[in-house]
Ligand binder design. Structure first.
Ligand code: ADP
Ligand code: MG
Length: 316
């Protein structure tokens, strides 16, 4: 049975294969959608009274108490920001806003605007108090954005919940964050395709065998506009506050935690292969880069290990 719904600014799909009576399956899927809606409410930067909305609103003013769940996510987000030396930066929101406003008109912000916004993007100025469970942004105008990590967090949670509801076989796809339980009806492993971001949706470069691992892709195909032949996409380099120009079309990473991989793929994208691959190796994460040049650069489990990446370029 399938369910599709919009949350976290993207389309999400849950597919379950189960002998549980259909009515009950339907109920479980409805419950999952509700849980996602609640998470979205809590994490969304758009909603004023969400934890994140309140932290942003009180930037430069005061520390804000948040739920343990939000606190944990922020803590991890800040860790990833440090780990990637700021390639992932949880305070990227002012830059995201600047580009979103421009997107409606296909307008590219000026160098001056970027320079101004750059001063606001600094994860070190997010102060988390472990005892009081509060969060504080030091400068007025700063704001948090969990867009690069929330889907992964939600995916992990939904997979655990499905398991608790005795669903043994499932495929979850939250806008490119893919998690599985069990296997397909025919006892073969779940497979996931990787898209060429420059081609139409559904056209894939290759596909993977998935065990119980999580697979996360970040690419230039999500939200973008093209002006003067340049693709302005939604993965921003915090150092410039412009779309990262690392020669990367997409990054796919595989491993155990959706939340961690979601944060990391955003970082890997911004870092490019030269810095991203050493970081991935250091963290024990498998990555596959699809480059603008057409090259595919991958660590060994993708190349010939357990994920068995298969090229399918000529099939449509
Ligand atoms: P998608 O599946 O949409 O590609 P990602 O996990 O790659 O999602 O995250 C993209 C989102 O993360 C952006 O829409 C933006 O909200 C946020 N973002 C963009 N650049 C960065 C960055 N350098 N660090 C942290 N978050 C970012
Ligand atoms: Mg991400």
């Amino acid at each position: 049975m399938d369910k599709g719904f919009f949350s976290f600014g993207t389309m999400n799909a849950i597919h379950i294969e189960s002998d549980i009576p259909e009515e009950q399956q339907q109920k479980i899927l409805d419950e999952m959608q509700n849980v996602c809606r609640q998470l979205d409410d809590r994490f969304s930067a758009f909603k004023k009274d969400s934890d994140i909305g309140r932290i942003n609103h009180n930037a430069g003013k005061k520390a804000v108490p948040v739920s343990k769940m939000t606190f944990r996510l922020l803590k991890r987000a800040k860790e990833f920001s440090a780990l990637s030396e700021g390639a992932f930066d949880v305070t990227i929101r002012p830059a995201v806003n600047m580009w979103n406003t421009g997107r409606d008109r296909n307008a590219v912000p000026s160098e001056q605007e970027c320079r101004k916004i750059r001063k606001l993007v600094d994860y070190r100025q997010l102060i988390l108090d472990d005892k009081e469970y509060t969060a504080f942004l030091e400068q007025k105008g700063q704001s948090l954005d969990l867009g690069g990590i929330a889907k992964g967090y939600a995916g992990d949670l939904i997979r655990d919940l499905l398991q608790e509801r005795n669903v043994t076989d499932a495929l979850i796809n939250f806008g490119g964050t893919i998690l599985t339980l069990g296997q397909k009806r025919d006892k073969t492993p779940w497979r996931a395709g990787i898209q060429n971001p420059l081609q139409q949706r559904g056209k894939i470069v290759g596909s993977f065998n998935l065990g119980e691992d999580v697979l996360v892709t970040s690419g230039v195909n999500e939200r973008f506009f093209i002006k003067d032949g340049i693709r302005y996409h939604h993965l921003l380099d915090p150092a410039t506050c412009r779309p990262a120009s690392s020669g990367v079309l997409s990054v796919t990473a595989a491993g155990g935690s959706g939340m961690d991989l979601d944060g990391l793929t955003t970082a890997f994208f911004v870092l490019g292969t030269e810095k991203g691959i050493p970081l991935a190796v250091r963290l024990g994460v498998e990555v596959l880069y699809l480059m603008e040049s057409g090259e595919i650069i991958a660590t060994k489990e993708f190349a010939d290990g357990k994920y068995r990446f298969l090229f399918e370029e000529n099939k449509s």
